[in-house]
Design a protein around this ligand. Structure first.
Ligand code: C5P
Length: 303
């Protein structure tokens, strides 16, 4: 048998970061949104313990670990039922891009394993397993638009009355999330313990008005990301000059995302940016969290 689960990329519409805690993590007050770029993870219970990773022509997967350190393999180690399992990951989410591609794979593997073995674990059990895997993994299970607190792992769905059009520009080379957080600490040695709250952003999401949302977008990691990669500032300025309502770094970067006023507006921005950037994608949000897309008998079972 095999089960395939699809999990979406995330962006942070608000990312408030506080001074590091004693455990080294930063307290966050964030608003995540799942957008329509997906990784598919298939977990099969036949064969030897193994992992394969495939990209698309636009997504380079050479940076994805194919050993036991891969988050999908670690997810199976968290899960209660033994293997061996084969895991196949097909990636559409930029790698090391600040879009929680690894977290999506971890969440998808947890859910695929649960459904493959018909375990029916309650949501709180899966969410606790997800939190142990990484700060963004619980959100990858939940999807939609949600507020994240703690180190990002305490997730609560929020009201969102919009369908938002995004243009996504990944970078050829990823940025390390810990490095961006460390640079935030260097730039803000006196950061308050409490991260900035997303008050106006919550109202903008409930209004469904793109211009209002554009004004309320906020990312405390944008400054350190641009300081490490100044060319991201040029990209954001270009996208805004070409008609995006607002451009911003996604999470810890280096992917940049652009909020557009409509689908035709997003097509214009894609066309304009494609003249200068190799990979320019479009996506809508919010979309669903990790969900089963197929369950199959293995070929050898059907013979
Ligand atoms: O939780 P996750 O494994 O995704 O975090 C990766 C790294 O990002 C952490 O090791 C830490 O350096 C940094 N991080 C942080 N504060 C957070 C989330 C992540 O400092 N709230």
């Amino acid at each position: 048998m095999s089960t395939t689960v699809r999990a979406a990329a995330k962006i942070n519409l608000h990312l408030g970061v506080g001074a590091p805690r004693e455990d080294g993590f930063h307290p966050l007050d964030t608003v995540y949104q799942a957008i329509s770029l997906y990784d598919d993870v298939t977990v099969s219970d036949a064969g030897a313990e193994s992992l394969s990773v495939a990209g698309t022509p636009q997504i380079d997967v050479t940076g994805v670990p194919t050993d036991a350190s891969n988050i999908a393999v670690r997810a199976l180690a968290e899960a209660p039922c033994g293997g061996p399992h084969h895991v196949q990951i097909t990636k559409q989410i930029p790698v090391a891009g600040g879009m929680a591609g690894g977290s999506a794979d971890g969440a998808a593997a947890l859910l695929a394993h649960d459904r493959l073995h018909d375990l029916g674990q309650p949501d709180d059990v899966l969410l606790a397993q997800a939190a142990r895997l990484g700060s963004d993994v619980p959100f990858s299970l939940v999807g939609g638009t949600a507020r994240g607190r703690g180190r990002g792992e305490v997730v609560e769905p929020i009201v969102d009355h919009g369908t938002w059009w995004w243009v996504v520009v990944p970078a050829a080379v990823g940025l390390s999330t810990p490095e961006v957080y460390r640079h935030f600490d260097r730039l803000h040695p006196d950061a308050p313990a409490q991260p900035a709250e997303p008050t106006e952003l919550l109202a903008a999401l409930a209004s469904g008005e793109p211009v209002r949302l554009a004004r309320a977008l906020h990312n405390d990691l944008q400054e350190p990301a641009i300081d490490l990669r100044p060319e991201l500032g040029d990209l954001i300025a270009l996208g805004e000059a070409e008609g995006a309502l607002r451009g911003m770094v996604s999470g810890s970067g280096p992917t940049c995302v652009f909020l557009c006023d409509s689908q035709p507006g997003s097509i214009e921005v894609v066309t304009a940016l494609s003249a200068s950037y190799d990979v320019v994608l479009s996506a809508i949000g919010p979309v669903a969290g990790a969900h089963v897309v197929s369950t199959r008998e293995a070929e050898w079972d059907l013979r």
